[in-house]
Ligand binder design. Structure first.
Ligand SMILES: [Zn+2]
Length: 424
């Protein structure tokens, strides 16, 4: 059924005719709001505004019309990530952060000045000649790639070593009046104090802890910001979770209280040692797609992950926008995942690739060319938030659908040659 829908959509998008009633039904459209009229209206407005160089904000509103069509429901996770990135880049305060420049045009010296849309060898669609921001906290596109690599390493470390594993979570009490920056500072300070000195050395020895990986996570709910800190321990001997809980709780709550913060001796530290808990933590580590696909309509009273918050902010919620900026500032330059010294070698996962290295496209994997964009075409697509749209069109209709799209929105087909095998 999905294939049929995609086929018909490709046909409709690539062709210039309107959808018939039956075809509309095939897409599951209900109500009198015709897909094509909304779509065309948005295109015309964007085209008009682009040509007349009107106020940029108005053009943004026009392009958001497009995303608001039901067509958005047909997007896959990758395409939704590009849409969300565009929305985030336009949020208040983002000009100070790298995410604002994600997917900047950066041709290599000597290469033609163009952006190539390609199918990589792993089947993934990608754009070459771009610079990615590698922001694990703010960019849904880069974060997804970085997190996938980090999850692989975590899983490999657990599988390849014969060590036991324990997952610890540190949290502190908070309410809506607490600033995220203050909570994070207090949490990090208390954790760092727990992990220092002779006491900690003795604790590592007692439990035969040989390595650890620490990570930060943020959520926001009815009690305000909820930063938490996870630590995955690798032990030589069978763990004693109750003893670990008792030891860490006492020390952690002590340091928090000295800092004017509080965590209950029971809830401040959570210790899990079952294989299910550990593998659940790893398999969900920063999985954006799941997080994005949860609709952000629940409202702010319930707990939200940061990508739900971003969606709410992008949809125009001013409070979510403010919270997103607060989060951007507080997470700035913080590492999302940190291995203890010597852990990677010990666990057999080798040298660590930086976030920057992971986020960039591999220049050696040129992939199969779908079509190319001139600098002017690419800037048009990027400035008006059409990158997700282009990936969507490439998936369902290849270069031909993209060409038709360009014809509609810019009034001119692609300037560069389309490979003949895509021109069916
Ligand atoms: Zn990015």
């Amino acid at each position: 059924m999905n294939e049929l829908i995609n086929e018909k959509r490709a046909e409709a998008l690539a062709g210039s005719r309107s959808l018939s009633h039956n075809q509309e039904n095939a897409f599951g459209i209900s109500g009198g709001n015709s897909y094509n009229s909304t779509y065309h209206k948005a295109f015309q407005e964007i085209d008009y505004q682009y040509k007349s160089q009107c106020d940029h904000d108005e053009a943004v509103i026009a392009s958001s019309l497009l995303v608001n069509t039901y067509e958005y429901n047909f997007r896959n996770s990758t395409e939704k990530r590009f849409d969300l990135l565009y929305g985030i880049q336009k949020l208040y305060g983002m000009s100070k952060f790298q995410v604002r420049n994600c997917m900047s045009f950066m041709p290599k010296k000597g290469d033609p000045v163009q952006v190539d849309l390609v199918k990589k060898h792993d089947g993934r669609l990608a754009m070459n000649n771009l610079k990615y921001c590698s922001s694990v906290w703010l960019c849904p596109v880069c974060s997804s790639r970085i997190a996938a690599e980090r999850r692989k390493e975590l899983a490999q470390a657990v599988e390849s070593s014969d060590a036991y594993t324990v997952l610890i979570t540190y949290t502190l009490q908070h309410d809506r009046s607490d600033k995220l920056e203050d909570l994070l500072k207090a949490l990090r300070r208390a954790v760092n104090k727990v992990k220092s000195g002779r006491w900690y050395e003795a604790y590592l020895q007692e439990h035969e802890i040989i390595a650890s990986a620490s990570s930060l996570e943020f959520t926001h709910g009815s009690h305000g910001w909820h930063p938490h800190y996870h630590q995955l321990l690798f032990l030589r001997k069978k763990p004693d979770p109750d003893r670990i809980h008792e030891q860490l709780s006492e020390r952690f709550t002590h340091f928090l209280m000295k800092d004017g913060q509080y965590a209950s001796s029971f809830h401040g530290i959570d210790v899990r040692s079952s294989r299910k808990d550990v593998s659940g933590y790893i398999s969900k580590w920063n999985v954006i797609d799941e997080l994005i696909n949860v609709q952000a309509k629940k409202g702010r009273s319930e707990s939200m992950n940061v990508w739900q918050l971003a969606q709410l902010a992008v949809s125009g919620d001013p409070e979510a926008s403010r919270l997103w900026l607060e989060y951007a500032k507080a997470s700035y330059r913080k590492k999302a995942l940190q291995w203890s010294r010597g852990a990677r070698e010990l666990l057999g996962i080798g040298q660590e690739e930086t976030d920057e290295e992971i986020a960039q496209e591999d220049p050696m994997d040129e992939g199969e060319l779908i079509c190319s964009f001139t600098m002017r075409e690419f800037h048009f697509l990027r400035d008006y938030g059409f990158i997700g749209e282009i990936f969507f069109l490439a998936r369902i209709g290849g270069a031909k659908a993209i060409n038709e799209f360009m014809l509609r929105v810019r009034g001119a087909p692609l300037e560069l040659l389309i490979p003949s095998h895509n021109c069916t």
